[in-house]
Design a protein around this ligand. Structure first.
Ligand code: ISC
Length: 410
């Protein structure tokens, strides 16, 4: 059951164009940053005008309903009307309906953004001045060490998953493991965000309510009546030189095991979006997406929205895709619950933003870490297990996927 923490307030929202805002990360709160950017474009939030909290199986549909209610009571001046201007909430949702983690929509008091050379500021119930960059705090390094799922227990869990696949209980299941560490007193989280956005510019670097990361996967984007997604599943390490790198990409693109793993994820996205969109299209074959740490099999999906769904309605319809759960979905979720000794929290859930017209951009929260109020850091990475998977290779794959977060904290 979801429980919005605050009553739906009246929000007075005003967006204005400003001179180039410059880098967004130095403007953020060092300990409680709010951010969603890719290639330096996107939005940053300072302060909180409103926070809505949700839990349980209806956390996303409740958020969609609360957002509609909020909009009806808001007055919005938005001369720009481009993605990210006007009333915007940043959000992050728990992976599991059983999670103890709270899902949130946060309307910042001040939002600054940049897109296609245009910078803007949005003020919500405030006449606060334009935020100024603040010097970064002292550099720090922390080690992230195995948490409740050790390497050995991960190997055993993958073998159990393979037995269940061979028994016909499930066709694909995504298993993750955790790494933990502790921040020094007063640590500036913007240093981690700066490192992620510099190292992984093509990923969505995000920070919402103590949850940070850099995800390559677009769960859904809704923009002026169009809907799109980038589905990822299937992974191989980058080669040590140009030839080995090329060979790695070719071997991924022709691997039956990875193509199967990818197809489950793609089918789950197409099935979830079909009732909401016409002209839904994707390529015949996935392409290989190059990231600094690995190659992924990727499919871009695009269509026209046919039923006026908001981006929040669509994350509710899509989550969890087979890129982070498996197939069939419920059997995979049950197996994840059985084999993973932790609550995923908001790892692998939707993270992104929604605007006043319901448009928005949501990533699958991968390559991420939760930072608790006491400074405990918990990072997660997982991989899809299908017939043909090998436990030791899956463990190596999680190491590759941890690299962005491990290196950003180190
Ligand atoms: C579950 C994760 O990645 C997913 C997304 C891309 C590729 C994946 C894979 O090849 O297993 C996973 O489905 C993760 O990064 O923790």
């Amino acid at each position: 059951m979801s429980t919005p923490a605050g009553s739906i307030a009246h929000l007075a929202v005003e967006t204005a164009v400003i001179d180039d805002i410059g880098p967004l990360i130095p403007l953020l709160d060092p300990r409680d940053p709010l951010l969603f950017i890719r290639r330096g474009q996107g939005i940053a939030g300072i302060g909180e005008a409103l926070r809505l909290e949700f839990t349980g199986p209806t956390r996303m549909t409740d958020a969609a309903a609360a957002w509609r209610e909020l909009l009806a009571a808001a007055s919005i001046v938005d001369p720009l009307g481009i993605p990210g201007t006007g009333l915007v909430a940043l959000g992050s949702f728990a992976f599991s309906e059983h999670s103890a983690a709270t899902s949130v929509l946060i309307v910042p008091s001040v939002i600054v953004g940049r897109r296609n050379g245009v910078s803007w500021i949005t003020r919500v119930n405030t006449d606060a001045p334009r935020p100024q960059p603040r010097a970064f705090g002292a550099e720090y390094r922390i080690s992230l060490l195995p948490g409740s799922m050790t390497a050995d227990s991960f190997l055993a869990a993958v073998d159990t998953a393979l037995e269940r696949i061979h028994a016909g209980d499930v066709r694909k299941v995504v298993l993750a493991r955790d790494l933990v560490g502790h921040l020094p007193e007063g640590a500036d989280l913007r240093l981690v965000l700066a490192s992620l956005s510099l190292g992984y510019p093509d990923c969505f670097t995000f920070a919402v309510n103590g949850f940070i990361g850099s995800s390559p996967e677009t769960l859904v984007r809704v923009d002026a009546g169009t809907v799109s997604a980038r589905v990822l599943a299937g992974t191989i390490s980058r080669g040590a030189d140009a030839q080995a790198d090329h060979d790695a990409a070719v071997s991924l693109a022709t691997s039956t095991k990875d193509l199967d793993e990818h197809q489950y994820a793609l089918t789950s996205v197409l099935t979830a979006l079909a009732p909401h969109s016409s002209t839904l299209a994707t390529s015949d074959q996935p392409f290989t997406l190059k990231l600094p740490n690995l190659w992924h099999l990727a499919s871009d999906v695009a269509g026209t929205l046919s039923d006026g769904s908001t981006s929040l309605d669509l994350i509710a319809a899509l989550h969890p895709t087979a890129a982070v759960a498996g197939a069939p979905t419920q059997a995979a979720l049950d197996l994840i619950h059985e084999l993973e000794p932790f609550d995923r929290g908001r790892y692998a859930g939707p993270v992104g933003w929604v605007g006043a017209n319901g448009d928005g951009e949501w990533a699958v929260a991968l390559r991420s870490a939760h930072v608790s109020a006491t400074g405990r850091v918990t990072a997660y990475a997982g991989g899809g297990i299908v017939d043909g998977s090998v436990a030791a290779r899956e463990l190596a794959e999680t190491k590759m996927k941890f690299r962005p977060i491990v290196e950003a904290f180190n």
